[in-house]
Design a protein around this ligand. Sequence first.
Ligand code: DX5
Ligand code: ZN
Length: 227
Amino acid sequence: MVILSPSLLAADFTVLGEQIKMVEAGGCDYFHFDVMDGMFVPNISFGIPVLESVRRATRKVLDVHLMVQAPERYIDKFADAGADIITIHQEACDCIDKTLDHIHARGLKAGLAIKPDTYTGVLKEYYGSADMFLVMTVEPGFGGQKYMDKCTGKVRSLRKDLTDAGLDTDIQVDGGITRENIEVVLDVGANVIVMGSSVFSGDIRANAAYFTDLFQKRNRDQKGSMS
Ligand code: DX5
Ligand code: ZN
């Protein structure tokens, strides 16, 4: 199933609650929440108190992307603040198995992310234990960057490898996804689509509705082809 996860990093924080409602009016499944620590990535964004506020503003799935060194330190804090999914970076964590288990023990879904230069093969040993793999399609740290074309092949090969292993684990893509390249990432097998600028620039409600309609059509077509 194709899922829209608008990234709150691109929202106007002075009116965050209103913008969440505008997105919801257009339609979405998740909200993507980008946490940056100024160490794993060169930028600092927002964290636990902001997630608590967002939790009060929406019932949608909160998809927390930890761009944080040693993320195992913060699993309980983000779980308590209302996360539904917590994604950690392969490059940032020395105890991935234990941390995925910890996320599951809190009753949440666990994601594992890689940066554009990390080989997808490193994910293999976590095929059974992660609920979602995030393939970054820009260098993490900033919204509004250009999609890196070299990532298309990575998503394709990860999807093929998962299918060969008999799995249909979610593949999330994050960074530079637009109306122009959305079909490309869907065609190679990504199904959880993060979008910041493409949802929050211009008419937020109309943007969310545009992608929701497109994804619903995809989901219907896929259902049709399976029956
Ligand atoms: C980048 C973040 C992204 C970012 C995407 O480090 O992980 O989630 O907000 O923003 P756009 O869609 O504008 O590239
Ligand atoms: Zn993100």
